[in-house]
Design a protein around this ligand. Structure first.
Ligand SMILES: [Zn+2]
Length: 498
Protein backbone atom coordinates (compact mmCIF):
# COMPACT_ATOMS: atom_id res chain seq x y z
CA UNK A 1 0.00 0.00 0.00
CA UNK A 2 1.22 3.46 -0.83
CA UNK A 3 0.25 6.76 0.80
CA UNK A 4 1.53 10.32 0.57
CA UNK A 5 1.43 13.40 2.80
CA UNK A 6 2.63 16.97 2.47
CA UNK A 7 5.08 18.63 4.78
CA UNK A 8 7.84 21.29 4.78
CA UNK A 9 11.50 21.67 5.59
CA UNK A 10 13.15 24.92 6.65
CA UNK A 11 15.74 26.45 4.33
CA UNK A 12 17.13 29.70 5.72
CA UNK A 13 14.01 31.55 6.77
CA UNK A 14 11.74 30.08 4.09
CA UNK A 15 10.01 26.73 3.98
CA UNK A 16 10.26 24.31 1.07
CA UNK A 17 7.56 21.76 0.30
CA UNK A 18 8.37 18.09 0.83
CA UNK A 19 6.22 15.17 -0.30
CA UNK A 20 6.30 12.18 2.03
CA UNK A 21 5.70 8.88 0.21
CA UNK A 22 5.28 5.77 2.32
CA UNK A 23 5.25 2.29 0.90
CA UNK A 24 4.32 -0.67 3.10
CA UNK A 25 4.67 -4.14 1.70
CA UNK A 26 5.44 -7.73 2.62
CA UNK A 27 8.97 -8.68 3.47
CA UNK A 28 11.35 -8.73 6.36
CA UNK A 29 10.31 -6.00 8.85
CA UNK A 30 12.37 -2.96 8.03
CA UNK A 31 11.94 0.85 8.20
CA UNK A 32 14.03 3.01 5.85
CA UNK A 33 13.94 6.74 5.13
CA UNK A 34 15.46 7.95 1.87
CA UNK A 35 15.68 11.35 0.17
CA UNK A 36 18.62 13.28 1.70
CA UNK A 37 17.47 13.15 5.34
CA UNK A 38 19.77 14.56 8.01
CA UNK A 39 20.37 12.71 11.30
CA UNK A 40 17.29 14.21 12.97
CA UNK A 41 15.06 13.10 10.09
CA UNK A 42 16.54 9.56 10.15
CA UNK A 43 15.81 9.34 13.85
CA UNK A 44 12.14 9.93 13.02
CA UNK A 45 11.99 6.14 12.64
CA UNK A 46 12.39 5.61 16.36
CA UNK A 47 10.08 8.45 17.37
CA UNK A 48 7.34 7.46 14.92
CA UNK A 49 7.52 3.78 15.93
CA UNK A 50 7.16 4.57 19.65
CA UNK A 51 4.51 7.27 19.10
CA UNK A 52 2.35 4.93 17.03
CA UNK A 53 2.46 2.14 19.56
CA UNK A 54 1.89 4.44 22.55
CA UNK A 55 -1.16 6.01 20.88
CA UNK A 56 -2.74 2.57 20.46
CA UNK A 57 -1.95 2.09 16.79
CA UNK A 58 -0.21 -0.92 15.40
CA UNK A 59 3.28 -0.61 14.02
CA UNK A 60 3.23 -2.70 10.83
CA UNK A 61 5.79 -5.51 10.92
CA UNK A 62 6.50 -5.18 7.23
CA UNK A 63 8.95 -3.58 4.89
CA UNK A 64 8.41 0.19 5.17
CA UNK A 65 10.09 2.66 2.84
CA UNK A 66 9.67 6.41 3.37
CA UNK A 67 10.75 8.59 0.47
CA UNK A 68 11.08 12.34 0.93
CA UNK A 69 10.72 14.15 -2.39
CA UNK A 70 12.27 16.06 -4.07
CA UNK A 71 15.29 13.84 -3.45
CA UNK A 72 17.73 16.66 -4.32
CA UNK A 73 16.62 18.86 -1.40
CA UNK A 74 18.36 18.31 1.93
CA UNK A 75 15.78 17.73 4.69
CA UNK A 76 16.62 18.85 8.19
CA UNK A 77 15.13 18.66 11.66
CA UNK A 78 12.48 16.57 13.34
CA UNK A 79 9.50 18.50 11.94
CA UNK A 80 8.50 15.79 9.46
CA UNK A 81 7.54 13.19 12.12
CA UNK A 82 3.82 13.96 12.04
CA UNK A 83 3.57 13.75 8.24
CA UNK A 84 5.53 10.49 8.17
CA UNK A 85 3.31 9.01 10.89
CA UNK A 86 0.10 10.08 9.12
CA UNK A 87 1.22 8.65 5.79
CA UNK A 88 2.33 5.44 7.48
CA UNK A 89 -1.05 5.06 9.22
CA UNK A 90 -2.79 5.67 5.94
CA UNK A 91 -0.60 3.22 4.02
CA UNK A 92 -1.19 0.51 6.63
CA UNK A 93 -4.95 1.01 6.53
CA UNK A 94 -5.26 2.44 10.05
CA UNK A 95 -6.26 5.95 9.03
CA UNK A 96 -8.88 6.77 6.44
CA UNK A 97 -8.34 10.37 5.53
CA UNK A 98 -9.81 11.37 2.21
CA UNK A 99 -8.43 14.89 2.42
CA UNK A 100 -4.92 13.89 3.51
CA UNK A 101 -3.54 15.13 0.18
CA UNK A 102 -5.17 18.55 0.71
CA UNK A 103 -3.62 19.30 4.08
CA UNK A 104 -0.05 19.91 5.20
CA UNK A 105 1.30 18.29 8.36
CA UNK A 106 4.18 19.63 10.41
CA UNK A 107 5.41 18.61 13.85
CA UNK A 108 7.85 16.61 15.91
CA UNK A 109 6.53 13.62 17.87
CA UNK A 110 7.43 12.67 21.41
CA UNK A 111 7.64 8.97 22.24
CA UNK A 112 4.18 9.06 23.84
CA UNK A 113 2.72 10.49 20.63
CA UNK A 114 2.29 14.06 21.83
CA UNK A 115 3.37 16.80 19.45
CA UNK A 116 6.35 19.09 19.97
CA UNK A 117 6.82 22.54 18.47
CA UNK A 118 8.96 23.10 15.38
CA UNK A 119 11.06 26.01 14.14
CA UNK A 120 9.73 28.11 11.28
CA UNK A 121 6.03 27.28 11.70
CA UNK A 122 5.09 30.73 10.40
CA UNK A 123 7.09 30.34 7.17
CA UNK A 124 5.72 26.80 6.76
CA UNK A 125 2.13 27.96 7.12
CA UNK A 126 2.72 30.68 4.53
CA UNK A 127 4.31 28.13 2.20
CA UNK A 128 1.38 25.74 2.72
CA UNK A 129 -0.99 28.50 1.67
CA UNK A 130 1.13 29.18 -1.41
CA UNK A 131 1.01 25.55 -2.58
CA UNK A 132 -2.76 25.61 -2.14
CA UNK A 133 -3.18 23.44 0.95
CA UNK A 134 -6.62 23.74 2.62
CA UNK A 135 -5.20 23.61 6.11
CA UNK A 136 -2.04 22.99 8.06
CA UNK A 137 -2.01 20.57 10.99
CA UNK A 138 0.70 21.40 13.50
CA UNK A 139 1.62 21.18 17.19
CA UNK A 140 -0.57 23.08 19.62
CA UNK A 141 2.36 25.28 20.71
CA UNK A 142 2.85 26.52 17.13
CA UNK A 143 -0.86 27.30 16.66
CA UNK A 144 -0.80 31.00 17.64
CA UNK A 145 2.12 31.89 15.34
CA UNK A 146 0.69 29.88 12.42
CA UNK A 147 -2.64 31.66 12.87
CA UNK A 148 -0.91 34.93 11.88
CA UNK A 149 -1.23 33.65 8.29
CA UNK A 150 -4.61 34.36 6.81
CA UNK A 151 -6.25 32.40 4.02
CA UNK A 152 -5.47 28.89 5.26
CA UNK A 153 -7.01 26.68 7.94
CA UNK A 154 -4.88 26.14 11.04
CA UNK A 155 -5.43 23.00 13.11
CA UNK A 156 -3.42 22.75 16.31
CA UNK A 157 -3.15 19.18 17.64
CA UNK A 158 -1.61 18.03 20.90
CA UNK A 159 -1.18 14.38 19.95
CA UNK A 160 -0.90 11.96 17.05
CA UNK A 161 -3.92 10.21 18.58
CA UNK A 162 -6.13 13.11 17.41
CA UNK A 163 -5.72 12.28 13.74
CA UNK A 164 -8.44 9.59 13.34
CA UNK A 165 -11.12 11.87 14.84
CA UNK A 166 -9.86 14.80 12.76
CA UNK A 167 -9.88 12.71 9.57
CA UNK A 168 -13.38 11.41 10.27
CA UNK A 169 -14.68 14.93 10.86
CA UNK A 170 -15.65 14.04 14.45
CA UNK A 171 -13.26 16.55 15.92
CA UNK A 172 -13.19 20.11 14.59
CA UNK A 173 -11.07 22.30 16.85
CA UNK A 174 -11.43 26.11 16.63
CA UNK A 175 -8.73 28.10 14.86
CA UNK A 176 -6.11 29.19 17.44
CA UNK A 177 -6.00 32.84 18.45
CA UNK A 178 -3.17 34.53 16.53
CA UNK A 179 -0.22 35.93 18.46
CA UNK A 180 -0.62 39.65 19.05
CA UNK A 181 1.81 41.43 16.72
CA UNK A 182 2.88 44.41 18.76
CA UNK A 183 4.15 47.08 16.45
CA UNK A 184 5.70 49.41 19.00
CA UNK A 185 8.19 48.60 21.71
CA UNK A 186 6.73 46.63 24.62
CA UNK A 187 6.07 48.76 27.70
CA UNK A 188 8.86 46.97 29.58
CA UNK A 189 11.54 47.96 27.01
CA UNK A 190 14.43 50.02 28.44
CA UNK A 191 13.85 53.77 28.13
CA UNK A 192 16.20 56.50 26.94
CA UNK A 193 15.38 58.46 30.11
CA UNK A 194 17.97 56.23 31.83
CA UNK A 195 20.71 57.99 29.89
CA UNK A 196 21.42 61.05 32.02
CA UNK A 197 23.39 64.04 30.79
CA UNK A 198 25.46 63.26 27.67
CA UNK A 199 23.74 65.74 25.30
CA UNK A 200 26.15 64.97 22.42
CA UNK A 201 25.48 61.26 22.64
CA UNK A 202 21.73 61.78 22.86
CA UNK A 203 21.80 63.95 19.78
CA UNK A 204 23.89 61.39 17.89
CA UNK A 205 21.40 58.63 18.82
CA UNK A 206 18.46 60.71 17.68
CA UNK A 207 20.04 61.58 14.34
CA UNK A 208 21.08 57.95 13.79
CA UNK A 209 17.56 56.75 14.54
CA UNK A 210 15.93 59.41 12.36
CA UNK A 211 17.95 58.67 9.23
CA UNK A 212 18.91 55.02 9.78
CA UNK A 213 22.59 56.00 10.01
CA UNK A 214 25.29 53.76 11.42
CA UNK A 215 26.95 54.94 14.60
CA UNK A 216 30.28 54.35 16.32
CA UNK A 217 30.65 55.37 19.95
CA UNK A 218 34.17 55.77 21.32
CA UNK A 219 34.72 56.20 25.02
CA UNK A 220 35.98 54.62 28.23
CA UNK A 221 34.29 51.54 29.73
CA UNK A 222 31.29 52.39 31.90
CA UNK A 223 30.53 55.65 30.08
CA UNK A 224 27.13 54.34 28.95
CA UNK A 225 27.82 53.09 25.43
CA UNK A 226 25.95 49.79 25.87
CA UNK A 227 23.17 51.53 27.75
CA UNK A 228 22.76 54.02 24.90
CA UNK A 229 22.79 51.31 22.21
CA UNK A 230 20.18 49.19 23.95
CA UNK A 231 17.81 52.19 24.06
CA UNK A 232 17.95 52.73 20.30
CA UNK A 233 15.11 50.36 19.34
CA UNK A 234 12.81 52.33 21.65
CA UNK A 235 13.28 55.57 19.71
CA UNK A 236 13.04 54.07 16.22
CA UNK A 237 9.76 54.44 14.34
CA UNK A 238 7.34 51.59 15.20
CA UNK A 239 7.28 48.65 12.79
CA UNK A 240 4.75 48.72 9.97
CA UNK A 241 2.48 45.63 10.00
CA UNK A 242 4.31 44.04 7.03
CA UNK A 243 7.67 44.66 8.72
CA UNK A 244 6.42 43.13 11.96
CA UNK A 245 5.48 40.00 10.03
CA UNK A 246 8.99 39.86 8.49
CA UNK A 247 10.55 40.13 11.95
CA UNK A 248 8.16 37.47 13.26
CA UNK A 249 9.04 35.13 10.36
CA UNK A 250 12.75 35.38 11.17
CA UNK A 251 12.19 34.89 14.90
CA UNK A 252 9.99 31.89 14.11
CA UNK A 253 12.68 30.35 11.86
CA UNK A 254 15.21 30.73 14.69
CA UNK A 255 12.97 29.07 17.28
CA UNK A 256 9.40 28.94 18.42
CA UNK A 257 7.85 32.34 18.30
CA UNK A 258 6.71 33.50 21.71
CA UNK A 259 4.83 36.65 22.41
CA UNK A 260 7.94 37.98 24.14
CA UNK A 261 9.76 37.82 20.82
CA UNK A 262 7.16 39.79 18.95
CA UNK A 263 7.21 43.36 20.11
CA UNK A 264 9.22 46.25 18.89
CA UNK A 265 12.35 46.08 16.83
CA UNK A 266 15.04 43.47 17.42
CA UNK A 267 18.23 44.35 19.26
CA UNK A 268 21.10 41.90 18.79
CA UNK A 269 24.43 42.21 20.58
CA UNK A 270 26.67 39.28 19.62
CA UNK A 271 29.86 38.66 21.61
CA UNK A 272 33.12 39.64 19.89
CA UNK A 273 34.26 36.01 19.62
CA UNK A 274 31.49 35.30 17.08
CA UNK A 275 32.51 33.65 13.78
CA UNK A 276 31.77 35.07 10.35
CA UNK A 277 29.11 32.39 9.82
CA UNK A 278 27.54 33.21 13.19
CA UNK A 279 27.41 36.88 12.27
CA UNK A 280 26.02 36.68 8.73
CA UNK A 281 24.64 33.14 8.65
CA UNK A 282 25.74 29.92 6.98
CA UNK A 283 25.70 26.14 7.19
CA UNK A 284 23.64 23.54 5.37
CA UNK A 285 20.79 24.24 5.21
CA UNK A 286 21.66 27.93 5.78
CA UNK A 287 20.92 29.21 9.27
CA UNK A 288 20.25 32.91 9.74
CA UNK A 289 23.06 34.79 11.49
CA UNK A 290 22.95 37.74 13.88
CA UNK A 291 22.73 40.18 10.95
CA UNK A 292 19.46 38.60 9.82
CA UNK A 293 18.14 38.32 13.35
CA UNK A 294 18.73 42.08 13.65
CA UNK A 295 16.67 42.72 10.48
CA UNK A 296 14.61 45.95 10.89
CA UNK A 297 16.34 46.53 14.22
CA UNK A 298 19.77 47.20 15.68
CA UNK A 299 22.97 45.16 15.46
CA UNK A 300 25.27 46.27 18.25
CA UNK A 301 28.96 45.37 18.09
CA UNK A 302 30.50 46.17 21.45
CA UNK A 303 34.34 46.22 21.59
CA UNK A 304 34.47 46.58 17.81
CA UNK A 305 38.28 46.19 17.65
CA UNK A 306 38.09 42.79 19.35
CA UNK A 307 35.91 41.24 16.64
CA UNK A 308 37.56 38.83 14.24
CA UNK A 309 38.71 40.54 11.11
CA UNK A 310 37.05 37.99 8.79
CA UNK A 311 33.75 38.42 10.63
CA UNK A 312 33.79 42.20 10.13
CA UNK A 313 34.86 41.79 6.51
CA UNK A 314 31.92 39.43 5.94
CA UNK A 315 29.59 42.14 7.19
CA UNK A 316 30.64 44.73 4.61
CA UNK A 317 28.64 43.55 1.61
CA UNK A 318 25.43 42.81 3.56
CA UNK A 319 25.66 46.31 5.07
CA UNK A 320 25.64 47.78 1.60
CA UNK A 321 22.97 45.57 0.01
CA UNK A 322 20.66 44.79 2.93
CA UNK A 323 20.85 41.06 2.34
CA UNK A 324 23.16 38.13 2.96
CA UNK A 325 23.83 35.93 -0.03
CA UNK A 326 24.95 32.37 0.72
CA UNK A 327 26.16 30.10 -2.06
CA UNK A 328 24.80 26.56 -1.78
CA UNK A 329 24.59 23.48 -3.96
CA UNK A 330 21.39 24.11 -5.88
CA UNK A 331 21.70 27.88 -6.05
CA UNK A 332 22.14 30.94 -3.88
CA UNK A 333 20.07 31.70 -0.84
CA UNK A 334 19.55 35.21 0.27
CA UNK A 335 18.56 36.25 3.77
CA UNK A 336 17.30 39.76 4.55
CA UNK A 337 19.40 41.91 6.89
CA UNK A 338 18.43 45.57 6.86
CA UNK A 339 19.63 46.68 10.26
CA UNK A 340 21.17 49.73 11.89
CA UNK A 341 24.81 49.14 12.73
CA UNK A 342 25.86 50.49 16.10
CA UNK A 343 29.37 49.86 17.36
CA UNK A 344 31.34 50.79 20.44
CA UNK A 345 35.06 50.91 21.12
CA UNK A 346 37.49 52.09 23.75
CA UNK A 347 39.66 55.07 22.80
CA UNK A 348 42.90 53.17 23.54
CA UNK A 349 43.93 49.69 24.72
CA UNK A 350 43.64 50.55 28.44
CA UNK A 351 40.28 52.21 27.82
CA UNK A 352 40.94 55.51 29.63
CA UNK A 353 41.86 57.57 26.60
CA UNK A 354 45.11 59.37 25.83
CA UNK A 355 43.91 62.60 27.45
CA UNK A 356 43.52 60.82 30.80
CA UNK A 357 46.65 61.18 32.99
CA UNK A 358 46.17 57.56 34.15
CA UNK A 359 46.38 56.18 30.60
CA UNK A 360 49.25 53.71 30.59
CA UNK A 361 49.34 53.17 26.83
CA UNK A 362 52.46 54.01 24.84
CA UNK A 363 52.02 56.18 21.74
CA UNK A 364 52.81 53.05 19.71
CA UNK A 365 49.97 51.10 21.40
CA UNK A 366 47.54 53.91 20.74
CA UNK A 367 48.62 54.21 17.13
CA UNK A 368 48.24 50.48 16.52
CA UNK A 369 44.85 50.42 18.23
CA UNK A 370 43.52 53.35 16.26
CA UNK A 371 44.80 51.74 13.08
CA UNK A 372 42.66 48.73 13.95
CA UNK A 373 39.70 50.99 14.64
CA UNK A 374 39.95 52.79 11.32
CA UNK A 375 40.29 49.49 9.51
CA UNK A 376 37.20 47.99 11.11
CA UNK A 377 34.26 49.09 9.02
CA UNK A 378 35.25 52.75 9.45
CA UNK A 379 34.15 53.58 5.91
CA UNK A 380 30.72 52.16 6.71
CA UNK A 381 30.20 54.39 9.77
CA UNK A 382 28.15 57.58 9.34
CA UNK A 383 28.29 59.09 12.81
CA UNK A 384 31.17 59.08 15.24
CA UNK A 385 30.28 59.97 18.83
CA UNK A 386 32.89 60.56 21.51
CA UNK A 387 31.42 59.41 24.81
CA UNK A 388 32.82 60.59 28.12
CA UNK A 389 32.28 59.44 31.66
CA UNK A 390 29.17 61.22 33.01
CA UNK A 391 29.89 63.63 35.84
CA UNK A 392 28.49 62.98 39.36
CA UNK A 393 26.06 65.88 38.89
CA UNK A 394 24.78 64.32 35.69
CA UNK A 395 24.35 60.90 37.27
CA UNK A 396 22.52 62.38 40.24
CA UNK A 397 20.61 64.80 38.04
CA UNK A 398 17.12 64.50 36.57
CA UNK A 399 16.33 61.73 34.05
CA UNK A 400 16.77 62.61 30.39
CA UNK A 401 14.03 63.02 27.81
CA UNK A 402 11.95 59.85 27.51
CA UNK A 403 12.03 57.52 24.51
CA UNK A 404 8.45 58.44 23.59
CA UNK A 405 9.29 62.14 23.19
CA UNK A 406 12.37 61.46 21.07
CA UNK A 407 10.49 58.84 19.06
CA UNK A 408 7.87 61.43 18.07
CA UNK A 409 10.55 63.63 16.50
CA UNK A 410 12.17 60.60 14.82
CA UNK A 411 8.82 59.53 13.36
CA UNK A 412 8.13 63.00 11.98
CA UNK A 413 11.57 63.01 10.31
CA UNK A 414 10.95 59.52 8.90
CA UNK A 415 7.64 60.61 7.41
CA UNK A 416 9.39 63.43 5.53
CA UNK A 417 11.93 60.93 4.20
CA UNK A 418 9.29 58.47 3.07
CA UNK A 419 7.38 61.21 1.26
CA UNK A 420 10.55 62.05 -0.64
CA UNK A 421 12.14 58.60 -1.13
CA UNK A 422 9.23 56.18 -1.03
CA UNK A 423 7.73 53.93 1.61
CA UNK A 424 10.08 52.22 4.04
CA UNK A 425 13.20 54.06 2.83
CA UNK A 426 15.44 56.35 4.84
CA UNK A 427 18.23 58.85 4.19
CA UNK A 428 21.02 56.36 4.96
CA UNK A 429 19.81 54.29 1.99
CA UNK A 430 19.95 57.15 -0.53
CA UNK A 431 21.92 56.32 -3.67
CA UNK A 432 24.81 58.68 -4.53
CA UNK A 433 22.60 60.25 -7.18
CA UNK A 434 19.79 60.80 -4.68
CA UNK A 435 22.19 62.24 -2.11
CA UNK A 436 23.57 64.72 -4.64
CA UNK A 437 20.06 65.75 -5.58
CA UNK A 438 19.33 67.01 -2.02
CA UNK A 439 18.42 70.67 -2.01
CA UNK A 440 21.07 72.80 -0.32
CA UNK A 441 21.29 76.46 0.50
CA UNK A 442 24.21 78.22 -1.19
CA UNK A 443 25.98 78.67 2.19
CA UNK A 444 25.68 74.94 2.95
CA UNK A 445 26.99 74.05 -0.50
CA UNK A 446 29.93 76.41 -0.04
CA UNK A 447 30.76 74.88 3.33
CA UNK A 448 30.77 71.37 1.90
CA UNK A 449 32.73 72.36 -1.19
CA UNK A 450 35.33 74.12 0.95
CA UNK A 451 35.84 71.08 3.15
CA UNK A 452 35.82 68.76 0.16
CA UNK A 453 38.68 70.74 -1.38
CA UNK A 454 40.68 71.36 1.82
CA UNK A 455 40.44 67.92 3.41
CA UNK A 456 40.33 65.93 0.19
CA UNK A 457 37.14 64.14 1.24
CA UNK A 458 36.45 60.98 -0.71
CA UNK A 459 33.33 60.86 -2.87
CA UNK A 460 31.85 58.42 -0.37
CA UNK A 461 32.50 60.75 2.59
CA UNK A 462 31.04 63.66 0.62
CA UNK A 463 27.77 61.75 0.02
CA UNK A 464 27.65 60.60 3.63
CA UNK A 465 27.85 64.20 4.82
CA UNK A 466 24.95 65.06 2.51
CA UNK A 467 22.82 62.18 3.81
CA UNK A 468 23.46 63.22 7.40
CA UNK A 469 22.72 66.88 6.67
CA UNK A 470 19.46 65.82 5.03
CA UNK A 471 18.47 63.92 8.19
CA UNK A 472 19.24 67.00 10.30
CA UNK A 473 17.05 69.08 7.97
CA UNK A 474 14.27 66.48 8.28
CA UNK A 475 14.55 66.60 12.07
CA UNK A 476 14.36 70.40 11.94
CA UNK A 477 11.35 70.11 9.62
CA UNK A 478 12.82 72.23 6.85
CA UNK A 479 12.91 71.49 3.12
CA UNK A 480 16.35 72.84 2.32
CA UNK A 481 19.64 71.92 4.02
CA UNK A 482 20.97 75.10 5.61
CA UNK A 483 24.45 76.09 6.73
CA UNK A 484 23.66 75.04 10.30
CA UNK A 485 22.65 71.50 9.31
CA UNK A 486 25.68 71.09 7.11
CA UNK A 487 28.02 72.28 9.88
CA UNK A 488 26.37 69.89 12.34
CA UNK A 489 26.61 67.00 9.89
CA UNK A 490 30.34 67.59 9.41
CA UNK A 491 30.72 67.80 13.18
CA UNK A 492 28.93 64.45 13.66
CA UNK A 493 31.45 62.81 11.39
CA UNK A 494 34.51 64.21 13.12
CA UNK A 495 36.63 62.32 15.58
CA UNK A 496 37.02 65.08 18.12
CA UNK A 497 33.44 66.21 18.72
CA UNK A 498 32.44 66.62 22.35
ZN1 LIG B 1 45.23 54.02 27.40
Amino acid sequence: MLATARTFTLDGISARPVRVEVDVHRGLPNFTIVGLPDAAVREARERVRAALVNCGFEFPLRRIVVNLAPASLRKAGPGMDLAIAAALLSASGQLEWERLAQVALVGELALDGSTRSVQGALAMTEAAREVGAEAIVLPAENGPEAALTEGIGVVAVDSLGRLPALAAGEWDPPRPEPLPLELGAPPTAPDLADLRGQPHLRHALEVAAAGGHSLLMVGPPGAGKSLAASRLPSILAPLAPAEALEVARIASACGRLESALVGGRPFRAPHHTISAAGLIGGGTPPRPGEATRAHRGVLFLDELCEFRRDALEALRAPLETGEVSIARAGGRRSLPCRFMLVAAANPCPCGRGEADPDCTCTPYDVQRYQGKLSGALADRIDILAAVRQPSPTEIGGPPGESSATVQDRVCAARERQERRLGEGRCNAEMTPAEARACSLSSEAAALLADLYARQRLSGRAHDRALRLAQTLADLAGIAEIGEEQMAQALQLRRRDNG
